[in-house]
Design a protein around this ligand. Structure first.
Ligand code: GLY
Length: 388
């Protein structure tokens, strides 16, 4: 009963909160036009849209790259909004283009690669052909979990001779395992996800609730080192990493209903929302210690999507989460973040940063910024219509 009251209050609150200027229909019409150009520019389904090269040319990647599932996933989101059959066909084509990665046991990113395209495709079409692919992908991902360490191994090695690195991004791959646990009845997928999340919560986070990027573990789960890879420094807070953690622990609460994950997600939200370097437009700089440098629109898109979900779980800051997500979406839905039609190598968003210190993908479009932006727009629309 208490839950019903909370839900009713949330729905009442949403109708009162929804005073924003975001025109979701207009944004999806734009996305569809922009991605028509993307589809025309990508006749070869082994060349996945990723970003823009320093010379301005399109940067494409193979299916084994961690981002290969995002384009298909975004096509499903466009189809979800407009229900036009050609988008279903395009989404199916770019989903199946990732099929062989279900057997890939050399990456922890199978959650992104498999669940974003196949998971959305299955949710929207119930195409039974997608199910065994996702289950095999979940099995492949779970081979990277060593029970003695209690975590999924992210990479094979990390500089300094470490052989069991785990990155905060890994939290995003657990959603596939929760789906597989439900679908197959195999509780191992559920249990290893919980163990991974618990150890990440214990070791990856600082007292201010910001996360390190890379933790290096020993064979019995001992923490050997706390390191940086894509942020500015070992002790800084890489913006996208904070967004991955926020999203990941929000999913943990959704899947387990364990209040400690909700508290943790709220703590991460507090770090982001109260950070003195978060600009007025709510699109973070690429690292929270680097105000004035490049932005990372992807960090905003991921956080917006997560904050919208977090706002549905109530609490004293629920309206703040919703309002901040809306501010993020309003910023991303106009210049300088939203591209002009036919420009930006057909990506929707500009001004993301992949790996600044690695001199890679700096102030560019990124395929996953578009994906989480479209996801957040759909969540925003659903909340304002009072849907779950
Ligand atoms: N390592 C994945 C990312 O760039 O967020």
């Amino acid at each position: 009963m208490k839950n019903v009251i909370v839900l009713c209050l949330s729905l009442l609150a949403f109708s009162a909160w929804s005073q924003s200027k975001i025109d979701v229909k207009k944004e999806f019409e734009f996305a569809a036009k922009q991605y028509e150009g993307m589809l025309a520019a990508h006749p070869d389904i082994t060349q996945f849209p990723q970003s823009t090269n320093p010379d301005g040319s399109p940067r494409n990647m193979k299916s084994s790259w961690w981002c290969s599932g995002f384009f298909g996933g975004s096509l499903w989101y466009i189809y979800e909004f407009n229900k036009a059959p050609q988008w279903k066909d395009a989404a199916h084509k770019w989903t199946m283009a990732v099929e062989k990665e279900q057997y890939n046991t050399r990456t922890h990113d199978l959650g992104f690669m498999i669940y974003c395209p196949f998971g959305n495709g299955y949710r929207l079409t119930k195409n039974e052909a997608y199910k065994p692919i996702m289950l095999t992908g979940a099995k492949s991902l779970s081979t990277r979990f060593d029970p003695k360490v209690g975590l999924i191994k992210s990479w094979e090695s990390f500089k300094g001779g470490y052989t069991y690195p785990v990155i905060i991004d890994n939290m995003m791959n657990l959603e596939l395992l929760f789906w597989a646990a439900r679908e197959s009845g195999n509780k191992d997928f559920y249990n290893l996800s919980v163990t991974h999340a618990d150890n990440t919560l214990k070791n990856h986070y600082r007292p201010d609730h910001s996360a390190y990027h890379v933790l290096c573990y020993g064979p019995n789960g001992e923490v050997l080192a706390k390191k940086n890879h894509q942020g500015a420094a070992d002790e800084s807070a890489w913006s996208r990493g904070q967004s991955w953690g926020l999203y990941g622990y929000t999913v943990m609460y959704r899947e387990t209903k364990d209040k400690k994950y909700l508290d943790h997600a709220r703590n991460i939200a507090h770090f982001i929302l109260t950070n003195p370097t978060l600009p007025a437009d709510k699109v973070p700089y690429w690292d929270y210690s680097k105000p004035g440098e490049e932005r990372d629109a992807s960090a905003a898109a991921i956080a917006a999507s997560a904050l919208l979900e977090l706002s549905t779980y109530g609490g004293k800051d629920a309206k703040k989460y919703y309002d901040t997500a809306v501010q993020m979406l309003e910023s991303l839905s106009k210049a300088p973040y939203k591209a002009e039609l036919g420009k930006n190598n057909h990506f929707i968003l500009q001004h993301s940063t992949g790996h600044k210190l690695g001199n890679s993908e700096i102030d560019v479009p990124l395929v996953y910024a578009d994906y989480y932006y479209l996801e957040a727009l759909l969540r925003y629309e659903a909340l304002n219509k009072g849907k779950k």
